[in-house]
Design a protein around this ligand. Structure first.
Ligand code: FDP
Length: 293
């Protein structure tokens, strides 16, 4: 595709309408970060301080996505309640600005989305598509549907395919692990030492999940935000981050795990549940699960 994404069309598949709307909004979100780097004076439902851009991007996406025919629900990491539009076909869960603490230092951030065919909160097995926008030196989108991953470059309202049927490279290169090292469990620390001991492997950690996961998609490797001492479910949210990332990485031939099973098998109890997240090449996730057993 190399065209301006159309306005939502009631005759079109709602999934494609959602993706086109998010892609079309990316340039505006990027532009809107300017002047919105300050604190919003509020916390999100997970107790984290919001920046103005978090709140603004959430409102922009909520307005646009709930006006699409076929979208039953909109939920976001930045609001407590689901916006319910009736018993339509799909539910959209969004992290409007993943890694927004990187705004202060002007480093990479992203927008993450998952499209479910069940009411939220839903397990990852109910996802029909997912993806992320990366606000790097250029704006890109990675999108998974029907077991296939496509990467696009976004300029203004235009979406240009860069690569189709993407799979993780066979020889994993990069690793990045979140959370304070003193809070890692011993088994996880041991696993990290083993990964680091291979001179072929390189540390890539930027403090925004989506930037770090995009490195794994590009070079192969592993990203994790593990269970921590005092935070048994780590930090990242299942509906808005864990599931969409796991769906895309699995569609690219990789694996995801909460420590013992695919993230997509985790049943949610609450919309804002957290989950220990480990994604990457299957050989790394297999070794991780053995180490945590
Ligand atoms: P942020 O709080 O800046 O939005 O999910 C949120 C997230 O960033 C991830 O993108 C990132 O991997 C993680 O939190 C980093 O958190 P800590 O710096 O608190 O470890």
């Amino acid at each position: 595709m190399n065209a301006t994404d159309p306005e939502p069309d009631p005759g079109l598949d709602p999934v494609e309408n959602v993706v086109a709307t998010i892609a079309r909004s990316a340039a505006e979100i990027r532009q809107g970060l300017v002047g919105r780097r300050g604190k919003a004076g509020a916390e999100n439902p997970s107790g984290e301080t919001q920046v103005e851009a978090d709140v603004w991007a959430d409102e922009l996406l909520a307005d646009r996505l709930t006006s699409i025919d076929g979208v039953a629900q909109y939920a976001s990491e930045e609001r407590s309640e689901i916006i319910d539009g009736g018993d339509d076909r799909v539910s959209v869960a969004v992290d409007p600005l993943d890694g927004s603490s990187n705004l202060k230092s002007n480093n990479t951030m992203g927008t993450v989305f998952g499209i479910y065919d069940e009411p939220l909160p839903a397990p990852g097995s109910a996802l029909v598509a997912s993806g992320w926008i990366l606000y790097g030196p250029i704006t890109t989108m990675a999108y998974a549907r029907d077991g296939s991953v496509t990467k696009y470059e976004l300029t203004g309202g235009e979406r240009t395919v860069v690569e189709e049927d993407i799979t993780l490279p066979d020889d994993p290169l990069v690793y990045g692990f979140g959370g304070r090292v003193p809070h890692w469990h011993d088994e996880f620390r041991e696993f990290v030492r083993e990964i680091e001991s291979n001179p072929e492997h390189k540390l890539r950690y930027g403090g925004a999940m989506i930037g770090d996961v995009n490195q794994v998609l590009t070079y192969g490797g592993i990203f994790a935000y593990p269970a921590l001492e005092g935070s048994p479910r780590g930090k990242l949210r299942l509906q808005f981050e864990g599931n969409p990332i796991a769906y895309l990485i699995e569609a690219a031939g990789g694996r995801s795990s909460d420590g013992s099973r695919s993230i997509l098998e985790v049943e949610p109890d609450d919309l804002h549940d957290r989950v220990p997240l480990h994604v990457g090449n299957a050989e790394f996730i297999d070794r991780l699960e053995d180490a945590l057993e």
